[in-house]
Design a protein around this ligand. Structure first.
Ligand code: C5P
Length: 249
């Protein structure tokens, strides 16, 4: 059995969801997304501690949600997701120490978006099993079902509509849509974030996920099976779909 730590990123705004409070505090069937994400991660029996990154100006609201649970620590997030994840990772040694758990180079650390709060235990299980088997970076992903096209960068406006010129097609059998929780050995992911911060400074928005930071270090990243339940709640429609999935699963 491994001791697994998780960083739940929850420091984003709720703008695209149409709320004037942090997205992770928006309720899904009566429970904030961040609470669902943390509870979801704890359904994996090896998860021992979770760091939640919260917006700096809403720290108290987030902290009270987990006050009674010593296994959860809330820390302020950063301006971009990568910065939030890095701050979350930096809090892990302290949390491990308080929980009396040894943190080794290969301790599994998962990075999970609060916005994917319905990710099932099986997805956590597969990621951790592959990390335990020695793979340093494992990401859940799904095959892409829509046909994919590449387009010219210039868009054209015609009678009020925007059209784009197709310049090619992509073989969709080679494509995968990646999700979270993304899993890494502790030393692999903390080094990748240190490197990224050093290399890109405040420009780390360019790296769209943690796997990309690890790839940039020349380390192989592998994919495990994702789930349609792990949808990322970004828009009002996503919230409606998630409510429906919850009541019909
Ligand atoms: O904005 P986006 O939907 O891509 O955010 C993905 C995840 O990263 C969300 O769970 C969000 O709360 C988190 N995030 C963060 N810090 C930021 C921006 C986003 O923790 N500065």
């Amino acid at each position: 059995m491994s001791d697994v730590f998780v960083v739940v990123t929850a420091a984003g705004s709720g703008t695209r969801l149409g709320f004037d409070r942090p997205k992770a505090l928006v309720e899904l069937s009566g429970q904030p997304l961040v609470v669902r994400a943390v509870n979801g991660a704890f359904t994996h029996p090896e998860v021992v501690g979770i760091v939640v990154t919260a917006p700096e100006d809403s720290l108290t609201e987030f902290t009270v949600l987990f006050d009674a649970d010593q296994r959860v620590r809330v820390v302020p997030g950063g301006a971009v997701r990568q910065e939030s994840v890095y701050r979350g990772l930096e809090a892990i040694p302290d949390l491990a120490n308080d929980l009396n758990i040894a943190l080794t180079d290969t301790t599994p650390v998962l990075i999970h978006d609060a916005a994917r709060c319905l990710a099932p235990t099986t997805v956590f299980h597969d990621v951790v099993a592959a990390l335990d088997a020695g793979y340093p970076a494992v990401i859940p992903a799904l095959p892409v079902t829509d046909t994919q096209k590449t387009v010219a960068s210039r868009q054209v406006n015609v009678n009020g509509i925007t059209i784009e010129k197709v310049i090619g097609a992509v073989d969709r059998t080679e494509l995968r849509a990646v999700q979270t929780p993304q899993g890494f050995h502790w030393q692999t992911i903390i080094n990748a974030h240190r490197d990224a911060t050093h290399r890109w400074g405040s420009e780390t928005e360019a790296a769209t996920d943690d796997g990309a930071l690890v790839e940039a270090c020349g380390i192989d990243v592998h994919l495990s099976r994702g789930s349609q339940m792990s949808l990322k709640i970004t828009t009002k429609l996503d919230l409606i779909i998630a409510e429906h999935l919850l009541t019909h699963q």
